[in-house]
Design a protein around this ligand. Structure first.
Ligand SMILES: C[S@@+](CC[C@H](N)C(=O)[O-])C[C@H]1O[C@@H](n2cnc3c(N)ncnc32)[C@H](O)[C@@H]1O
Length: 374
C-alpha cells in the first residue's frame, strides 16, 4: 500500500518535472525527487488529497524563507534575488537541506495544505466574469452588478479582481479589464481563435469567500506560507502577490472559515448584504474543487441548485483540472496535460438551469487562455 502511494507520489514529481521543465529550480528538483524515493517519501505524511509536489515544494520554500542560511537557499530568487541566482544543478544542495531538516519539513507537510493564492489567475477570472456578466438583465453599465463568492478563497486575493490592472493580449490587440494603473498588474495571452470580443467587467457590488483555513492578510506566518506556495522560479509572482496583499489589506473581503459546501450559503449572504435585491450572484472556484472529494462536489452542486430557488440570477464559474467541476465536459479533442485547467460555467435563471458550458482551457496561473464562445 505504502509502496503504491510512494510510486504515485514519484510519478507526480516526474509529471511535474516534465510539465514545468523550463523552471530551473523546480523543474530540476522535481525530476530528481521522481528518482529519489527517500526524498519523495516525506510527502507520504500529507493529509488526504494533499500529497502533491506543490506541498513538498511549499514546505521547503517556507523553511528557506525562515532560514536563508541553509545551503538550498542560494537557489531561491525569493531569497537571493533573481540576478544572483547560480547556474548548474541545484539538487545536491537542495537534497542536503531536505535531509538535514526532514523533521521540520514533514511537520509542515503533515499539518499544512496547498493554499496558493495566485493573483495572476485574475486573468481567467476577469475573462470569465465578463462573459458571465454579458448575459441576463442589463443595468447602467451594460451588465447586472454581481455579488462575487469564491469557494476555496485562501486569503481572498482573487476577490480583488476588479481592483487590479488586467491585460488580455491577443494578435488583435490588448483588452484591459479591472482598474488601469493599479499597482497589481496581471497579464495573460488570449490564444482563442477567434480572440475574445471586447470585454468589460461587471461591477462587483459585494464580495466574500469561504476557506477551510482562511489566511488573514495581516498574519505574518500565514502570509509567509502563502508566499512559500508560490514558485520562486517564475518572475513576478512573488512581487505581484505582495502588491495584491498590500492593496487588499486596505479593504479585505470577508472570508468565512469552513467547508465550501456547508459555508457557501453564509458567504453568499455576506456578499449579497448591502447589494440590490436582484444582484447577479456569481460563485467561483479556482483550483479548489480539485481538493474536494467527488461526493462532496456533488453535494455542492445540490446546494447551488437549492440556492437557485432563492436567487434569480445565479452563475457558477469554475477553473479547475479536468473532471473536477460537476457537469462540465470538454469536447473530446481538447484533452489536457497535467496542470491543465478547464473553465466551466453553469447558470440558473429564475430557478431553471441553462445548459452547462465548457468555456475552454487556460494556464493554471492565467498565463494564457483559449476559450471558445461559439
Ligand atoms: C490551491 S488553493 C487556491 C486558492 C485560490 N482559489 C486561488 O486560485 O488562488 C486551494 C484553497 O482551497 C481551500 N480548500 C480546500 N478544500 C476546501 C473545502 N472543502 N472547503 C473550503 N476550502 C477548501 C484550501 O484551504 C486552499 O486555500
Amino acid at each position: 500500500m505504502t509502496s503504491e502511494r510512494l510510486a504515485r507520489v514519484q510519478r507526480r514529481f516526474a509529471e511535474f518535472g516534465q510539465e514545468y521543465a523550463a523552471l530551473q529550480l523546480y523543474g530540476a528538483v522535481a525530476r530528481a525527487v521522481a528518482g529519489d524515493a527517500e526524498a519523495a517519501a516525506l510527502l507520504l505524511v500529507a493529509r488526504p488529497g494533499q500529497a502533491r509536489p506543490v506541498l513538498w515544494f511549499a514546505a521547503l520554500h517556507d523553511l528557506v524563507l525562515r532560514h536563508p542560511e541553509v545551503p538550498a537557499a542560494r537557489w531561491y530568487a525569493s531569497v537571493v534575488g533573481r540576478e544572483h541566482l547560480p547556474t548548474g544543478d541545484p539538487w545536491p544542495e537542495v537534497r542536503a537541506t531536505v535531509m538535514e531538516h526532514r523533521g521540520e519539513l514533514t511537520d509542515l507537510m503533515a499539518t499544512r495544505s496547498t493554499q496558493t493564492n495566485e493573483v495572476n489567475r485574475s486573468v481567467y477570472l476577469a475573462a470569465g466574469l465578463a462573459i458571465v456578466g454579458s448575459d441576463g438583465a442589463h443595468h447602467d453599465d451594460g451588465h447586472t452588478p454581481i455579488a462575487l463568492v469564491e469557494l476555496g478563497a485562501s486569503a481572498g486575493l482573487l476577490l480583488g479582481v476588479d481592483r487590479y490592472d488586467i491585460e488580455l493580449v491577443s494578435a488583435a490587440g490588448t483588452t484591459r479589464l479591472g482598474r488601469p494603473g493599479s499597482a497589481v498588474r496581471c497579464r495573460g495571452e488570449d490564444r482563442g481563435r477567434p480572440a475574445l470580443p471586447g470585454l468589460t467587467l461587471p461591477r462587483v457590488e459585494g464580495r466574500a469567500g469561504v476557506d477551510l483555513h482562511p489566511v488573514r492578510l495581516d498574519d505574518v506566518d500565514g502570509v509567509r506560507w502563502l508566499m512559500a506556495c508560490l514558485w520562486p522560479d517564475v518572475p513576478g509572482r512573488v512581487e505581484r502577490f505582495v502588491a495584491a496583499r498590500d492593496l487588499m489589506l486596505l479593504d479585505p473581503p470577508h472570508i468565512v472559515a469552513g467547508d465550501m459546501v456547508d459555508a457557501m450559503p453564509s458567504a453568499v449572504s455576506s456578499a449579497r448584504a448591502g447589494s440590490r435585491a436582484d444582484v447577479h450572484v456569481v460563485v467561483f472556484s479556482s483550483w479548489a474543487l480539485t481538493y474536494v472529494a467527488p461526493e462532496r462536489r456533488a453535494d455542492l452542486e445540490a446546494a447551488l441548485e437549492q440556492l437557485s430557488r432563492e436567487v434569480a440570477e445565479l452563475s457558477w464559474l469554475t477553473a479547475e483540472p479536468e473532471g473536477c467541476a460537476p457537469g462540465v465536459r470538454l469536447p473530446a479533442p481538447r484533452r489536457l496535460g497535467a496542470g491543465g485547467t478547464v473553465m466551466g460555467l453553469r447558470r440558473w435563471r429564475s430557478g431553471r438551469e441553462c445548459p452547462p458550458v465548457a468555456l475552454g482551457t487556460c494556464h493554471p496561473h492565467g498565463e494564457w487562455l483559449d476559450l471558445d464562445l461559439a
